[in-house]
Design a binder for this molecule. Structure first.
Ligand SMILES: *Cc1c(COP(=O)(O)O)cnc(C)c1O
Length: 230
């Protein structure tokens, strides 16, 4: 049952928060519903889950048009191509993966055209893996300064995806690094830049992420079961 799986994840988030002296209410669960059929998303919604994460724009758009944006909060968590930027304004509450100034400028332009704005997290490639998207840690300060001029983008924090390792403890240092980087950037007091959110942790390592300060965990498999392909 989806409701049982959701409850287990929420309990584990709460326990991890308490273990690290945090308030469980400061951690939000993003149910990652990529490749999950709408019926199961409805079940999760009925079990009280409101926030869902999607990583493919076409699939996300179909779900949003089917399920709506009143009862659901949709987060875009995948890599976004510049030619799809306009779709961010059709029902998304948060964009987790802003990773370049070029993309940001396209978003700013589209938002101005629509007289709208969007909340976003900057994705950081904290481990430096070649295959990962995200800005390099040493380039973050410059990007944030550039983003502070783009008034239609409301930066709320940072996202990272650590390397995949069998032991979730291996992710801890990357989560801690992201938090430390956030603290350092926050101390610069860059205008229009808020960094209160940390989006980190997936099925495999969300408890470690919560212990290290995650405010948003993106969990799919533990809620909906394994996906057909990754
Ligand atoms: C798929 C995905 C997740 C969720 O992964 P699970 O291991 O199923 O919890 C989280 N974040 C991103 C960016 C994803 O693409």
């Amino acid at each position: 049952m989806i409701s049982d799986a959701l409850q287990i994840v929420k309990d584990r988030i709460a326990q991890a928060a308490k273990r690290s002296g945090r308030n469980p209410e400061d951690v939000s669960l993003v149910a990652v519903s990529k490749q999950v059929p709408a019926e199961l998303i409805v079940q999760a919604r009925q079990a009280g889950q409101t926030c869902f994460g999607e990583n493919k724009m076409q699939e996300a758009r179909e779900k949003i048009s089917h399920l709506g944006e009143q009862e659901y909060q949709w987060h875009f968590i995948g890599h976004l191509q510049k030619n799809k930027v306009k779709y961010l304004f059709d029902g998304f509450d948060l964009f987790h993966s802003l990773d370049s100034l070029e993309l940001a400028e396209a978003i700013q332009k589209e938002a101005s055209r629509r007289n709208s704005s969007i909340a976003a997290l900057v994705q950081v490639n904290i481990s430096g893996e070649e295959s990962k998207s995200g800005v390099a840690p040493e380039e973050l300060e410059k990007l944030l300064i550039d983003l502070s001029r783009l008034d239609k983008i409301k930066v709320k924090g940072l996202t990272t995806i650590p390397p995949q390792n069998p032991d979730p403890e291996d992710a801890r240092k990357y989560f801690a690094q992201l938090r430390a980087l956030r603290d350092k950037m926050e101390s610069l007091n860059i205008e229009n830049i808020q960094l209160s959110d940390l989006s980190m942790g997936m099925t495999h390592d969300y408890e470690v992420a919560v212990e290290e300060g995650a405010t948003l965990v993106r969990v799919g498999t533990a809620i909906f079961g394994p996906r057909a392909n990754q």
